[in-house]
Design a protein around this ligand. Structure first.
Ligand SMILES: [Zn+2]
Length: 96
């Protein structure tokens, strides 16, 4: 076993979390009762406060976090993983 296996596994788990959230978002989009205006309220960047709704997925870390904003925050010393978890918990709180 390579010594960095734990790190790699945590990276894979993060990816899976991310994919699961994307699938959730896609399922919502396919739902006929889906209310786009309500959904847009979830799609707001926690850092800049702007909408992420029209942003391409490649430029998002999370529905609540632009990749560009995350990288800026990282420069200030805030880990992307930490930001991702913050975004996830915000989304969870908003829905429950
Ligand atoms: Zn942003």
């Amino acid at each position: 076993m390579k010594p960095n296996n734990g790190f790699r596994i945590s990276k894979v788990m993060e990816r899976l979390d991310n994919i699961t959230e994307r699938i959730d978002a896609i399922e919502k989009l396919l739902d006929n009762d889906y209310d786009e205006e309500k959904a847009k309220k979830d799609w707001v960047c926690q850092t800049c406060g702007k909408s992420t709704f029209e942003t391409d997925y490649d430029y998002l870390v999370h529905p609540k976090l632009h990749l560009g904003c995350a990288l800026e925050e990282e420069k200030k010393g805030k880990d992307i993983k930490e930001q991702y978890h913050e975004a996830s918990s915000r989304l969870y709180k908003a829905r429950n």
